[in-house]
Design a protein around this ligand. Structure first.
Ligand SMILES: Cc1ncc(C[n+]2csc(CCOP(=O)(O)OP(=O)(O)O)c2C)c(N)n1
Length: 532
């Protein structure tokens, strides 16, 4: 008879989940013993890094990804990163070891006392199987559920004495053989109504969100914008974990501001707003105002029922974004509206000393290959990077939709593992880098040739900007003098370059991009928020 362990690895194999991210403890060792040769275990030195790497890997590969954490304290360390994974719609099967069953009731050391309650609000499902024999079916349940829309993390707690229990071979095979698909098509009547509204609208606009890229609908979004001559806005940059539309395309207008009043103002003059693959909208900060221009209608297409129902205005169609765009495209005619004005070129910023983050991003844009991927966590320069780079390929941008720092550095390693043939550049503020600093070790250990670009402005710049906007002067803890990320990275084995002018930045980035090892470029920059 197969054991729970045999069945588990067969199940993971059948789902293509052979890369596992973890940080082990004694409660996980029975699962990891005699680790199968066809699996890859990626070690992170702290659980926020483990989950961040898995999040990047799951998004870039499109595959549900296994995470293995150490009982209660490991799950505790991972919570912020699980929060990010939920906001990113990242399909993770998060597992954690648990005390042996005989010692859970007496709460022996390392017992995760209320294992399923701990990550509960952050996951789609949280479970501890009642018997060892139930472990494979519980993991199958979790693997299916994580990958169903809305994709996201699930959690299964695994008592450490379950692995060598025997299970029925037939039952296990039945669980392994199951496939659950959920790419649901939209109600044809809703598609017909939206197509008719689009055709009849005087000045419609498309808002493109991250689920366009995640669902593989990139070309369909472009085709819809071109056929219907739609100007296109990206969902607010501070809440979109992926791009939904090529930023170099002539129809692209920019990204929406992230607050209620400014969104309404930006969309002024449009009578129909079609939002695809985004919540409506990831607002922050709170700047009240009319939700939409007077008389405008909004229709959102999303695979996430919760996104659909929590929107404060407009209608929604809950269905697979790719299939819905296909159906909509087939239902709309070529429009005779005028082609939108071409998208203006990025603004050139005059060089300063130290450099402005904008100039650094211009230099990055000059050397980043066409198929380059950017993982971004540099709060004061988020908008400048998007404005300077105009990324235009699918799968070329990852950002923490939930805003929890620590995603960027860790996720870039996971993205590179999933995309070994594309250059990955991770752009970090020196403050952000600290939340997942030990991911440098994993980057070196797994030979992931990420180029880390660290902007050193000696402050929590975005918090100073918020302090001003909120009228909250005099807050402590917003300065970061002399934080030397380059030296810390060198300590983990990452080759580091320091650059101060535009040519130096370009040269150092070119070297790092050409390297087969992770390398870092640290650049002192002017403090403060930059928009262009
Ligand atoms: C886990 C977590 N803790 C704290 C914050 C609050 N926070 C948002 S931005 C920021 C500062 C980031 O500083 P840095 O990376 O140096 O970038 P800068 O703002 O200077 O561009 C902080 C602390 C957060 N978003 N996530």
């Amino acid at each position: 008879m197969p054991t729970v362990r045999d069945a588990t690895f067969d199940l993971f194999r059948a789902h293509g989940m052979t890369t596992m991210f973890g940080n082990p403890g004694s409660t996980e060792l029975p699962m990891l013993a005699d680790f199968p040769a066809d699996f890859r275990y990626v070690l992170g030195l702290q659980e926020a890094v483990v989950v961040g790497m898995a999040d990047g890997f799951a998004q870039a590969s499109g595959k549900t990804t296994v995470v293995n954490l150490h009982t209660a304290p490991g799950v505790g360390n991972a919570m912020g990163a699980i929060f990010n994974a939920q906001a990113n719609h990242s399909p993770l099967l998060v597992t954690a070891g648990q005390q042996v069953r005989a010692q859970i009731t007496l709460q022996a050391n390392l017992t995760n006392r209320d294992a399923t309650r701990m990550p509960h609000p952050l996951v789609k499902w949280s479970y501890e199987p009642p018997r060892a024999e139930d472990v494979p079916l519980a993991l199958a349940h979790g693997a299916h559920l994580a990958g169903l829309p809305p994709r996201g993390p699930v959690f299964v707690s695994l008592p450490m004495d379950d692995w060598y229990a025997e299970v029925d071979a037939g039952d296990v095979q039945a669980a392994i053989d199951r496939r659950v698909t959920a790419r649901a098509t939209a109600d044809p009547e809703a598609i017909r109504a939206l197509a008719a509204a689009l055709d009849a609208a005087a000045n419609p606009v498309l808002v493109a969100g991250p689920d366009i890229d995640a669902s593989g609908a990139w070309d369909l979004g472009v085709a819809l914008a071109e056929r219907q001559r739609l100007p296109v806005w990206a969902t607010p940059a501070t809440g979109g974990n992926r791009l939904g539309f090529p930023e170099g395309h002539p129809n692209f207008r920019g990204f929406l501001p992230p607050a209620i009043g400014p969104v309404g103002q930006t969309l002024e003059a449009h009578d129909l707003i079609v939002v695809v693959g985004s919540s409506v909208f990831p607002y922050y900060p709170y700047i009240p105002g009319p939700l939409l221009p007077q008389g405008a209608k909004l229709v959102a297409i999303t695979s996430d029922p919760d996104e659909a129902v929590r929107a404060p205005m407009g209608d929604a169609i809950v269905a697979d974004v790719k299939l819905t765009l296909e159906a909509l495209l087939a239902a709309v005619p070529e429009s005779t509206r005028p082609v939108p004005e071409p998208n203006p070129q990025p603004q050139e910023i005059p060089p300063t000393d130290p450099l402005s983050p904008s100039t650094v991003h211009t230099a990055l844009g000059e050397v980043l290959p066409e198929d380059g991927i950017v993982v971004l966590e540099s709060p004061t320069s988020t908008l400048a990077l998007r404005n300077q780079l105009r990324l235009s390929r699918p799968g070329s941008y990852y950002f923490a939709a939930g805003g929890g720092l620590g995603f960027g550095l860790a996720a870039s390693v996971g993205v590179q593992l999933a995309e070994p043939d594309r250059p990955v550049v991770c752009v970090l503020g020196e403050g952000s880098a600290q939340y997942a600093i030990s991911a440098f070790w994993s980057a070196v250990a797994y030979k992931t040739p990420v180029t880390f670009l660290v902007l050193q402005n000696q402050e929590y710049g975005i918090l100073k900007w918020f302090a001003e906007a909120e009228g909250a002067s005099g807050a402590p803890g917003l300065d970061l003098p002399k934080l030397d990320v380059a030296s810390v990275a060198e300590g983990y084995g990452v080759k580091a370059h320091r650059a101060g002018d535009r040519d130096g930045v370009r040269e150092a980035l070119s070297k790092a991009l050409a390297s087969s090892q992770p390398e870092l470029v640290e650049v002192p920059v002017t403090p403060g928020m930059v928009l262009f």
